[in-house]
Design a protein around this ligand. Sequence first.
Ligand SMILES: [Fe+2]
Ligand SMILES: [Fe+2]
Length: 162
Amino acid sequence: MKISDSMVSAINDQIKAEYDSAYIYLAMSAYFKSAGLDGMAHWMQKQYREEVEHAEKFIDYLYERGARVIIPDVAKPKDNYADALEAFRTAYAHEQYVTSRIYKLVDLAVSEKDYATQSMLQWYVDEQMEEEDNTSSIVSKLEFLGTDKHGIYTVDRELSAR
Ligand SMILES: [Fe+2]
Ligand SMILES: [Fe+2]
C-alpha cells in the first residue's frame, strides 16, 4: 500500500523536529561545558546523538516506503540558561512536546489505517516514555538539591557515566 502524501509530509515535519531537538541538546551541552559541568555536557552530547538517530530512523522509513525526504532547516536553539535546573526543566518540557507530536502522528496513521506507520511509530512511543522519565528524574534530583553545589557536582559526576 502506498503511503499517503499527508503522512509523508507529517513525517518530514517530524524529521525537522528531531533535528531541532538535537540542536537544542547540543546547545545545552555547550552551555554546561561553559558552566564547568562536564558530566551534564557529556549527557547532553549523547542526547544530541540520539536525536540525530531518531531523525535518521524516520528518514530510513520514508526511503523504505519509497517516499521523498526533505532535509530541513534547523532552528537556532536557545544557548544560555540560568542554571542546570532550568536547562533540564526545558529538556523535560521539550520531551513532553515531542511526545505530543508523536501521538499526533499515531492519530494520523490510525485515521488512515496505515498499519505499517503505526508499527514503526510504536518504537517512538516507547522511546518518548523513556526520555520523559530520564529528564524528569534529573529535574527532581536538581529540584531537591536547590543551590547545594556539592550535590549538583555529585549529579554531574553521575551523568558523566552515561
Ligand atoms: Fe527524538
Ligand atoms: Fe528526545
